[in-house]
Design a binder for this molecule. Structure first.
Ligand code: GDP
Ligand code: MG
Length: 469
């Protein structure tokens, strides 16, 4: 492919530079902007990866893609036909052409062309090759339209079609509602773990695998026939770490505030995190069973931080609950659904899977085990996957009820077996063409990681030197 600039590669791939830059950043490829140059190997890898991503596995999608391609082809054809109607004066000129050949193409005597060129200050003989630029200029003088030859140039002829728009339109039909993903946050001892337990238990039905839930880092509950996904790692450690890694997983934050203790430092921290992530906050005023519980004081304090309760004329939903007595749990779940509905959470299940690692560990018997929340597309057994510097093939998927799954769609948390390594929480996981490519991407990332670690180490050495007396 040779050296290529980011925007050139984007064009080749039919994606926006912005999208490509996002992907590059995710791959830890150091670039400054769309004018930055990529090395051969990187460009090749990205090209393979992204052109693969555009392919679709689902029959419907294949059909649609065909239609879409035909449409695109038809538009190009029509445009060319239109041009032909204007007296069929359309010609293709190669990079270099002799004056004789050009004369034949445009039906003008070579001597005339030689004269034209001479007047422009170019001295040429009949068998001499002239450049495409010069030839085009002459042809245009005689009313010809020069049509360009290779694919890239044909692209230019369809500049009225924005490929990205078509993709979006196509995907829009495939978008379906997805369950909200919820994080529980709040001050230590205010009852995050207890609340997560209460929610989980309140919802386990007898039909669900004996009612036992496994800890996989996230779980699903069903209320009024609708699903909600809870991240099972209380506290904002996980949330903060994932956000620091650029992961956007959470749709709604449940802020737990103990009614007997009120707003505390970590409550404020949690509010700030949720605000920074731009996600709605629902307040669970917990421990209302306690004799010294004072929900009004909590509401008063929350108002000071910009969370004005609904019953005080604001728009913050506050639900009094008791994780111990299981009071208010259903109301809380209903409120989560209500708030989530307003967010119109949608995803396209009919595309290659992209998800985020929620947690990961090395299991003695099973090897690296990673919990993933699929955010778009559908993950299937056998898919080649990359997550951070880990790669592999989906060997098995297990949900929070211990059930083995063959596929996992948007918002479904699953344990994934088959990775080469233990990825980090917050790493993006996605499918690629085959395991070979997955390995190449992972190895490339590892190299980059090593390089930057080395750089950091070197920097430290230099700094140490600098401050040595
Ligand atoms: P976390 O640190 O936020 O995860 O809080 P925990 O869930 O560990 O709860 C801290 C303490 O508060 C535990 O002793 C719980 O039993 C207690 N607790 C949690 N929820 C309630 C509640 O609704 N009512 C009462 N009375 N105690 C609660
Ligand atoms: Mg806890």
């Amino acid at each position: 492919m040779g050296k290529i600039r980011v925007y050139e590669l984007a064009k080749k791939l039919g994606v926006s530079s912005k999208k490509l830059i996002e992907v590059l950043e995710d791959l830890n490829v150091e670039i400054r902007n769309h004018m930055s140059t990529l090395d051969d190997e990187t460009a090749e890898l990205i090209y393979e990866m992204l052109s693969e991503e555009k392919k679709v596995r689902n029959k419907d999608d294949i059909k649609k893609t065909k239609e879409y391609k035909t449409q695109e082809e038809i538009r190009v054809e029509n445009k060319i036909k239109d041009k032909n109607k204007k007296g069929d004066k359309r010609i293709i000129i190669p990079d270099k052409i002799s004056i004789k050949d050009l004369g034949e193409k445009i039906n003008i005597e070579p001597s005339k062309i030689i004269k034209e060129l001479f007047e422009e200050g170019i001295i040429a003989t009949i068998n001499q090759q002239i450049s495409k630029k010069d030839a085009s200029r002459i042809a245009k003088k005689y009313g010809f339209e020069v049509v360009l030859q290779d694919d890239k140039e044909i692209d230019n002829t369809i500049d009225t079609i924005d490929i990205n728009d078509i993709e979006d339109q196509e995907q829009e039909e495939n978008f379906v509602n997805r369950p909200p993903i919820v994080t529980v946050m709040g001050h230590v001892d205010h009852g995050k773990t207890s609340l997560l337990d209460a929610i989980r238990k309140a919802n386990v039905t007898a039909s669900e695998a004996g009612g036992i839930t496994q800890h996989i880092g996230a779980y699903q509950v069903t209320i009024n026939g609708k699903k909600i996904v809870f991240l099972d790692t209380p506290g904002h450690e996980a949330f903060t770490e994932m956000r620091a890694r650029g992961a956007k997983v959470t749709d709604v934050a449940v802020l737990v505030v103990a009614a007997d203790d009120g707003v505390m430092p970590q409550t404020i921290e949690a509010i700030n995190h949720a605000k920074a992530a731009n996600i709605p906050i629902i307040v669970a005023i917990n421990k209302i069973d306690k004799p010294n519980a004072n929900p009004d004081r909590v509401k008063q304090q929350l108002s000071e931080y910009g969370l004005i309760p609904e019953d005080w004329g604001g728009d913050t939903v506050c639900v009094p609950v008791s994780a111990i007595n299981k009071k208010g749990i259903n109301t809380l779940l209903e409120m989560i659904l209500l708030v989530a509905e307003m967010c119109e959470l949608k995803a396209n299940p009919k595309t290659n899977a992209v998800g985020t690692i929620i947690e990961a560990k090395l299991d003695k018997g099973r090897g690296p085990v990673a919990t993933v929340i699929v955010q778009k597309g559908t993950l299937y057994i056998g898919d080649a996957i990359v997550a951070g510097t880990a790669y592999g093939r989906v060997r098995a998927m297990i949900d929070d009820k211990g059930k083995r799954l063959k596929e996992a769609g948007p918002s479904v948390p699953v344990e994934v077996l088959g990775l080469s390594d233990v990825p980090n929480a917050g790493d993006l996981l996605y499918t690629v063409k085959d395991e070979k490519l997955a390995r190449q991407i992972a190895e490339k990332r590892k190299e980059k990681q090593k390089e930057s670690e080395l750089k950091q180490a070197n920097q430290k050495v230099t700094l140490d030197k600098l401050f040595q007396k």
